[in-house]
Structure formats: C-alpha cells, structure tokens
Design a protein around this ligand. Structure first.
Ligand code: ATP
Length: 258
C-alpha cells in the first residue's frame, strides 16, 4: 500500500461497553480520502460512541482507529492535528464572543495570531455569525443553531484533513445548511474527507457518496450509496429493511384520541 492509498479513516473492531450495554460491538469502517460518509442508525445505535472513539474523546475497550494512517490512541497529538471534530453536545467557553472563542481556540491549536484573526473573521462572515460578534453577543447567548455553527468554525479553524461531525445539520436553518453543504463540498473537492452522522436520510442521500448503517452497535451495511441501497428505491427503505420498523398498534396510545 502506498501512502496515497492509506484511507482517511480506518476503524477496526471498535468496541465499548457501558455497564451491561454493548454500545459499539466491533465497529469496522474504511473511509477513502476525498469522500463523504453518512453514518446513520436509530437512537441509541452507537453512532456517537463510535465517533467519540474515532476522534480520541472516548477510549475504546478494544479495537483501533487510524486517521490517515496515524493511530488516534497511540499517537493522539499527530492524529488530532489531522482531525476537525464537531462532537455531540459540544461544551464551549460560554463567556466569550464567537471571535474571542476562535482566537482562544487558535492559540490552543498553536496557530499564529494573524492567521487566526484572518481565518476567524472569514469563518464568522461565511457562517453569518459576524453581526452577533460585532454586537458583542456571548456564546452563552447563542441559539442552538448558532452554537452548532461556532462549533463547526472551531472544527475548521486549523484546516484539518478529516472532519468528523456529529449531526452538523441539526437545528441549522436552511440558508446556513446550504452554506454548510458548500463548505463541506469544497473541503472534499480539495481532497478532504468528511464523516457525518445524521437522522435525515434524504440529506444523507443528497449530500454523501458513501453510507454506513449502524444498529445495536454493529455496522449492518457500508459502501457507496448505490451499493448500500441495492434494489431499494430510497435509503430510508434500506434503513427500515435492515433496522426494522416499529408500527404503532391500534390499541396503543388510544387515550390520545377523544
Ligand atoms: N456515557 C454513557 N454511559 C452509559 N451508557 C451510555 C453512555 N453513552 C452511551 N450509552 C449507551 O450506549 C448506547 C449507544 O449510545 P449512542 O449515544 O452512541 O447512540 P447514538 O446512535 O448516537 O444515538 P442517538 O441517535 O440517539 O444520538 C445507548 O444504549 C446509550 O444508552
């Protein structure tokens, strides 16, 4: 294998058990460079657990995660330089403006002040957070969607090669969603790789070129959209076929109808 063939992300047998719950049960995935993978699965399937182990936020019981060939758990500094991460429930310093937060973040990343200032200004403008910044709005006062966007800005600031984004479109308005899509496409066109988790099948179908379906901690399908859908018309059909549908029976919740 030449260095050009090394996958952007390679997960091998990632396993994590919480008490009695096997949240991830041997999760293996290989994501080629320049691709965008959608990770989908029902609530509690193990998406966040798997992504957290992938980016060095949660130590696996067993298994490995490699970013462009670098092991996330044995060489975390080098791996984290390559990674941009939007974690689930990201907690941010609250008493800073967006601009101050990015300045602080850039310092933590070891970037020069001028570079951080330039990139921060551009990110705030493109993500339409500049007006709030000019008014001195603190992150504590941000809406849910604004928090998502500033979280994304922190993930992009150091120009990573692999982006791992947990539900990046959640709570983001349609105009900002378009901007986000344009950013992600530009990123993959430039050879970057993206993995996103989402519950919105139509979004994944429209946005990504690869998909992995996970349920009960196991990868049930993984490949190009066409490979995973097979003869199904939509990804939702494939999802329901593999994961199983829960019908609401006639007698259930009868008290809701008068
Ligand atoms: N810190 C924790 N302690 C105990 N159990 C946990 C913990 N984190 C996750 N779990 C359990 O692990 C399983 C997988 O959770 P996870 O958050 O990875 O799912 P998910 O696919 O991201 O779900 P959702 O779509 O609802 O966000 C669930 O059963 C959850 O209750």
């Amino acid at each position: 294998m030449t260095s050009d063939d090394v996958p952007a992300l390679e997960l091998d047998g990632l396993t994590k058990t919480f008490n009695e719950t096997r949240a991830a049960d041997g999760v293996s995935l290989s994501v080629p460079r320049g691709s965008m993978l959608g990770l989908v699965g029902p609530n509690g399937a193990g998406k966040t657990t798997s992504l957290s182990m992938t980016v060095g936020l949660l130590r696996p019981d067993s298994g490995t995660a490699r970013v462009l060939g670098v092991d996330v758990w044995s060489d975390p500094v080098a791996a984290k330089r390559l990674l941009g991460v939007l974690p689930d429930g990201l907690s941010l310093p609250e008493r800073l403006t967006g601009g101050e937060l990015l300045t602080y973040w850039g310092g933590l990343r070891g970037l020069g002040r001028d570079l951080v200032r330039e990139r921060a200004r551009e990110l705030l403008r493109v993500l339409e957070l500049d007006e709030a910044d000019d008014k001195g709005v603190l992150v504590a006062e941000y809406s849910t969607g604004m928090r998502k966007k500033i979280g994304l800005a922190t993930a992009l600031l150091h120009a990573p090669r692999v982006l791992v984004l947990d539900e990046p479109y959640e709570a983001v308005d349609p105009v900002s969603a378009r901007v986000l899509t344009a950013i992600l496409r530009r990123f993959t066109d430039g050879g970057g790789t993206v993995i996103i988790s989402s519950h919105v099948m139509a979004l994944v179908e429209q946005l990504t070129d690869r998909v992995a379906i996970i349920a009960r901690g196991r990868v049930l399908a993984d490949g190009s959209l066409e490979e995973v859908r097979g003869s199904d018309v939509t990804l939702e059909d494939t999802f329901v076929r593999l994961v199983g549908a829960r019908e609401v029976g006639d007698g259930e919740l009868a008290w809701l109808s008068s």
